[in-house]
Design a protein around this ligand. Structure first.
Ligand code: 5GP
Ligand code: ZN
Length: 111
C-alpha cells in the first residue's frame, strides 16, 4: 500500500521514534508546529477518524492512553491533541494520526 505512515511503521522510511508498542507508534513530526509535536498512529491502516467504528475503537482508545503516557513521561505542562479528518480539515496523510503538541500557548478557537 502506498502510504507514507505505513512505510514509517515498516521501517522503509526513518523516523525519530518517541514510543512504540505492538499496536501504536509515536514519532516526532518532521515539520514541528510547536516545541513538542509528536504524531501518534495506530499500526493498523485506518484512513481517517471518519472510519472509527466498533471494530477499531479499542485501538483508538489505546492511542489516547499512549498520548497520556507520553505526556506524563515528558512531564508536559498541558498539551493539545489534534486530528485533522478529510481534506477540508487539512488532512494530508491518509493514515489516521493524532498530533500531540505542547511547549507553547495555543489559541482557541483553532483556525
Ligand atoms: P496532517 O496535515 O495530515 O494532519 O498531518 C500530517 C503531518 O505529517 C504533518 O504535520 C507533517 O509535517 C507530517 N509529516 C509529513 N511527512 C512526514 C515524514 O516523512 N516524517 C514525519 N516524521 N512527519 C511527516
Ligand atoms: Zn497507512
Amino acid at each position: 500500500m502506498d502510504c507514507l505512515f505505513c512505510k514509517i511503521i515498516n521501517g522503509d522510511i526513518p523516523c525519530s521514534k518517541v514510543y512504540e508498542d505492538d499496536k501504536v507508534l509515536a514519532f516526532n513530526d518532521i515539520e514541528p508546529q510547536a516545541p513538542v509535536h509528536i504524531l501518534i498512529i495506530p499500526k493498523e491502516h485506518i484512513k481517517s477518524a471518519a472510519e472509527i467504528d466498533e471494530s477499531n475503537s479499542v485501538l483508538i482508545a489505546h492511542v489516547f492512553e499512549v498520548a497520556s503516557k507520553i505526556a506524563k513521561d515528558m512531564k508536559l505542562d498541558g498539551f493539545r491533541i489534534v486530528n485533522n479528518c478529510g481534506d477540508c480539515a487539512g488532512q494530508t496523510v491518509k493514515h489516521i494520526h493524532f498530533h500531540l503538541m505542547s511547549g507553547r500557548e495555543f489559541t482557541w478557537p483553532a483556525g
